[in-house]
Design a protein around this ligand. Structure first.
Ligand code: GLV
Ligand code: MN
Ligand code: MN
Length: 429
């Protein structure tokens, strides 16, 4: 009897404590996701917003205006990142920073990057509504061009080199041109870099982009580590000639060699033990006519793993096989590394623990897990204690218009973000 009464009081007490906790507004968060999806909306109902496009620039302006409306001190840094600052009670403390990205892959979805970005706005709304002044200054960062090589976060981490400016994305703009389009300045990029430990902590909320949380019915993922990824451009040079008059044994068919190479990338990546992944996601054949043997082909090559050594090992094996294929096909092959590299990153254990505690206090189930997707957080981890919060992706689908995360899951993640910020504010100097 006493035990029963005690448990009732315990449950009532706990629910009162939870009820007092500031919470995000699920509808407002979801509406902002819908609002953001209007930038780049196409006639088919899907949104296109690759970095540097007009839609990306327009969305950037909308976020800036929204942040100003929330009373933040906002500017675009020289790398095109949106930086919004909210003062804290103790001006001698370093900021707690958080954010994500609003650019998208071609034919992408409404949630990748957008959830973390709109949840960060929602957190600021809730702090304002509850008149909470944190000890630390807070800083929201909406990173530029995450999808094309974590550009904005690499600039902040101090390793966006000049070679990166030459990399062109599907808009046709190079990173250098894109930075200028977004209000940055390539000649002053070094000024964007923060010193190590200038930021007290960095947090990013993101959709999982895989199917583990949904499958295991878990509400919050706590990222333990993020894969590194490397990109190359692979060029095959053969000889463009008449498709009707050139005998089969006298051809230098660049596309045929590229086709064999694509199969080899898959086989070689699979041939090693481990969770490494290798992908050819892009191909361009010239001159591109049914009656001309392709003389030149450029493909992409991407390799990811939690270890840079494994990426290197898989690459060397692919390169050797590629050269063998080229020789056997009587074409030339060239591997050109693109300056879009993101190194593998371990998330700070104490921040992981803080995320876990905040989630548990909110009554949410958690799981520590790796991230197979790249994120701005992996570059921020080079200069600040960093943590990432994942929420479930329906069907594990991402980088697709079919990407979906429910409003409830987004709100759960935003609440964990909010309460982790508040907990870190209490604990950190
Ligand atoms: C970023 O979304 C990546 O993992 O490619
Ligand atoms: Mn992405
Ligand atoms: Mn993303």
């Amino acid at each position: 009897m006493y035990l029963r009464l005690f448990s009732i009081f315990l449950v009532l007490g706990l629910s009162t404590i939870l009820a007092q906790k500031p919470k995000v507004k699920q509808d407002r968060l979801e509406n902002r996701i819908f609002e953001l999806a209007k930038f780049g909306l196409q006639e088919n109902g899907e949104t296109e917003r690759v970095a540097f496009s007009d839609a990306d620039a327009a969305a950037q302006k909308w976020v800036v205006q929204t942040l100003k409306g929330l009373g933040l001190d906002v500017h675009i840094d020289f790398a095109g990142n949106i930086i919004g600052k909210r003062g804290g009670g103790n001006t001698s403390l370093k900021p707690i920073s958080f954010g994500s990205h609003i650019d998208r892959v071609p034919n992408g979805g409404n949630y990748d990057g957008c959830v973390g970005s709109m949840a960060s706005l929602e957190v600021l709304e809730v702090l304002n509504e509850n008149q909470i002044v944190t000890k630390h200054p807070l800083e929201i960062i909406i990173f530029s061009n995450e999808e094309g090589g974590v550009m904005g976060s690499r600039a902040i981490a101090g390793h966006l080199g000049k070679d990166a400016f030459k990399v062109v994305n599907s808009t046709g703009y190079s990173m250098g041109e894109g930075i200028m389009r977004l209000g940055g300045d390539t000649t002053r990029i070094a000024e964007v870099a923060r010193k190590k430990d200038e930021i007290a902590a960095f947090l990013e909320l993101h959709i999982e982009q895989g199917g583990t949380l949904e499958k295991e019915n878990i509400q919050i993922g706590i990222v333990a580590g993020i894969v590194g990824l490397k990109w190359w451009e692979v060029e095959f040079t053969g000889f463009a000639n008449h498709a009707g008059t050139t005998p089969m044994n006298a051809r230098q068919d660049a596309l045929l060699a590229a086709a064999k190479f694509i199969v080899a990338v898959n086989e070689i990546t699979n041939s090693f033990e481990g969770a490494q992944v290798g992908t050819v996601g892009k191909i361009q054949a010239e001159p591109g006519a049914p009656n001309v043997i392709p003389g030149k082909v450029i493909t992409s090559l991407e390799i990811r793993d939690l270890s840079s050594k494994v990426i290197e090992k898989v690459y060397e094996a692919i390169k050797t096989k590629g050269e063998e294929i080229a020789k056997g096909s009587n074409v030339q092959i060239e591997f050109r590394p693109l300056d879009t590299t993101a190194d593998p990153a371990i998330m700070t254990t104490s921040i992981q623990d803080e995320i876990a505690t905040s989630a548990e206090l909110l009554g949410l189930s958690t799981k520590r897990m790796p991230s197979g997707a790249g994120h701005d957080a992996q570059d921020m981890a080079l200069i600040a204690p960093t943590g990432m919060i994942f929420v479930p992706s329906k069907g594990g689908i991402s980088h697709s218009p079919k990407e979906f995360t429910s409003a409830e899951d987004m709100a759960n993640g935003a609440n964990v973000l909010l309460h982790t910020i508040l907990a870190l504010d209490k604990k950190l100097d």
